[in-house]
Write a protein that binds this ligand. Sequence first.
Ligand code: PLP
Length: 471
Amino acid sequence: MFRETAHQFVDWMADYMENVEQYPVKSQVAPKDIYNQIENAIPYEGESLEAIFDDFKKIIVPGITHWQSPNFFAYFQANTSTPSILAEMLTATLGIQGMKWDTSPASTELEEKVMEWLRDAITLPSNWSGVIQDSASTATLASIITAREQKSKFEVNKKGFKGYTNFRVYCSEETHSSIEKAVKIAGIGKENLVKVPTDATLAMDAEVLATYINRDLANGHIPLCVIAAIGTTGSMAMDPLATIAEITKKHKLWLHVDAAYAGAAFLLPEYQYLMKGITDADSLVFNPHKWLFTNFDCTAYFIKDKDALVNTFSILPEYLKTKTDGLVANHCDWGIPLGRRFRSLKLWFVLRHYGLKGLQEKLRYHIKLTKWLEAEITNSNEFELAVPRSMNLVCFYYKPPILEHMPLEAHNRLNEKLLNALNRSGNMYLTHTKIEKRFVLRMSIGQTNVAESHIQDAWSFIKKTAKDLLP
Ligand SMILES: *Cc1c(COP(=O)(O)O)cnc(C)c1O
């Protein structure tokens, strides 16, 4: 039964991949549309896989937003690819837990090796170690907790916060919400997350950072950690890592680099200058599950002092003791969850199948497409860039000359209308951000199979839709 049904599923999967552009990119259902179609209780009698699969096609697919459509330009991509999907099928079949070396040695050892591959490819120093986490949010949380333990000589883990209620963590005003979440979970408190203003490029103003740290020291706080963003979510701004690293080095602060999306581009020599200063940082996170064609979840987390990480998270109750403890890596001690999926398998398939050359070609192609769109926007009288293009993200807005004297609020409403019309069309999916009070459309160009024609069609459709909004 498995064999025949699996063949049917694989046929559906292949058809889906071929025809993904025919679906509306953003799901068009209303709230509760899906919920109301699903039975109210577990069926008492088991059902055939065919019946469930039919309902998948009928009920579930209409409620799917098609992240693998080449017309998906929203947020940041969460890409997949043929080698990744096939490896995920193997992972599901093996169904292993990779928590300890003993629970499946291949899972631990392949993970060690592919993390070394990535570490070397993005030119991190060879004394850094890598481990796969479920998300950048978790990796950043692990980093802040490790910084906390290192600073308190592991006292907070032992006794709670007695004597350590004054930590301060720093990031720019543009950094990702996961940092605020991590600071809350780590017990440091949202009010102790200091948001540093940004410069004209929306990158952290490092001079202000230095002033804030000095001010906090004078007021009896304990500066703990700085999070530098390489590629902010709003506009892909790049914090000045080298300057920030000098400051953290001087004050002996932990420096964590959040390159969740843009980190994939460190595979390109022409972007490695952004890593200047990394040798003085302590940890870095980037997501192969975004722009490196590997199914969610797969976060690459790198750390200089792996002992600090392991000493923060390791636990060894009797039932987890094994003969190899101390000889091998037990990845359950390298982060928060005990159980771990076999995630290195899909990454291994992806890295081998494309090769460094294939990955570099894809990334460069996406950046080239984005540059083309940037030029179109720059040359247009109707649209303006909100900030200069950064890597594969453009942030722009509609500002036709006949509406020149329209107040900002009205322009914002017009751009919001444009965004809604584009997304309702099903032809593409974009999201927005606010830059200096302006409502701005974000277009992230990085889906695995995006090509020139998609960007040209998208741009024509944006122009036409915008024109139709005019009175
Ligand atoms: C996507 C993103 C995150 C969050 O990533 P998850 O893996 O979903 O937790 C954090 N920071 C930046 C800069 C991101 O782009």
